[in-house]
Design a protein around this ligand. Structure first.
Ligand SMILES: C[S@@+](CC[C@H](N)C(=O)[O-])C[C@H]1O[C@@H](n2cnc3c(N)ncnc32)[C@H](O)[C@@H]1O
Length: 267
């Protein structure tokens, strides 16, 4: 029996005929194509169940607020965001925290990227329901977005909240935050823009602190050179809540992009 606290699950959309697109007019499946990127990817492509509400949002709102990361064009962020400064979020999951941050700061545009289709639909739904016009949803690998589709110094900030921890040693190479990623991030962030990471996986927090501290283009905003106190503007994320339930400690890291030292090439 269902009640208000335990509503029945939303029905799945009807089955498609073979070859029919999953969401007409919506996000493409693997828009840049796995062949585009021989590098080991930081996410596991998965085909997740999309509710009817999410599917409806993807079909109606994608043409207005969505974009595929196809690696084929350079984005004009001022036009895309009506002149707002733009922060890139990599891996927004189901998007609740993203929507909250967009609502709390309408003068900042959020370019929210993920490969997770149900989350893309959910974030579009939240944006519409809350009248948020400062979110655009990018579908695909954020590495391709950064490398091929964003101009140098074009980002006012970069957020990576609870990146997949890939705890097994043989999977560490899949972790997003690595020196090469920081080279790319430094090249796309404007001087003084902040890279904000948070994780509930202590060994990953230690790795992130180590590579950020060692990188010549970033400096820690925390005076003692360690983790930052949790900033009040970062809402609790879904993944963070799950980590806290398991007793995990959460660490925030906020590093500013400094003026690029001469001789350090960031592409
Ligand atoms: C552990 S979840 C965290 C989600 C959300 N930030 C939260 O805290 O609830 C990590 C997310 O990052 C996404 N992700 C991983 N690598 C990515 C990449 N290269 N580009 C875009 N999204 C990525 C995954 O699909 C997943 O949704």
């Amino acid at each position: 029996m269902s009640d208000l606290l335990n509503p029945p699950p939303e029905p799945s959309p009807p089955q498609r005929a073979k070859g029919e697109p999953r969401f007409p007019g919506g996000p493409a499946a693997d828009p840049a194509g796995s062949h585009h990127e021989r590098r080991i990817r930081s996410f596991q492509p998965r085909r997740s169940r999309v509710t009817t509400g999410q599917a409806d949002a993807l079909e109606r709102l994608w043409p207005r607020w969505g974009l595929d990361i196809d690696g084929q064009r350079v984005l004009d962020l001022p036009t895309l965001f009506d002149g707002l400064p733009v922060v890139l979020e990599i891996g927004f999951g189901m998007g609740e925290a993203t929507a909250q941050m967009a609502a709390a700061d309408p003068s900042t545009g959020i370019l929210a990227s993920d490969v997770h289709t149900p989350g893309q639909g959910n974030l579009l739904r939240l944006a519409e329901r809350n009248g948020l016009s400062n979110i655009r949803v990018a579908n695909g690998d954020a590495i391709i977005l950064l490398r091929e589709m964003l101009k140098p110094d074009s980002l006012a900030g970069l957020r990576v909240y609870f990146p997949d921890p890939w705890p097994k040693s043989r999977h560490h190479k899949r972790r997003l935050i690595q020196p090469e990623f920081l080279d790319l991030a430094a090249a796309r962030l404007a001087p003084d823009a902040v890279l904000h990471c948070a994780t509930d996986w202590v060994p990953y927090a230690e790795q992130i602190l180590e590579v950020l501290t060692a990188h010549p283009c970033f400096e820690n905003t925390t005076a003692d050179g360690g983790y930052a106190p949790r900033p009040g503007f970062r809402p609790l994320t879904r993944f963070e809540g799950q980590g806290l339930d398991k007793g995990h400690a959460v660490h925030d890291l906020l590093f500013r992009r400094n003026d690029r030292p001469s001789g350090h090439s960031t592409g």
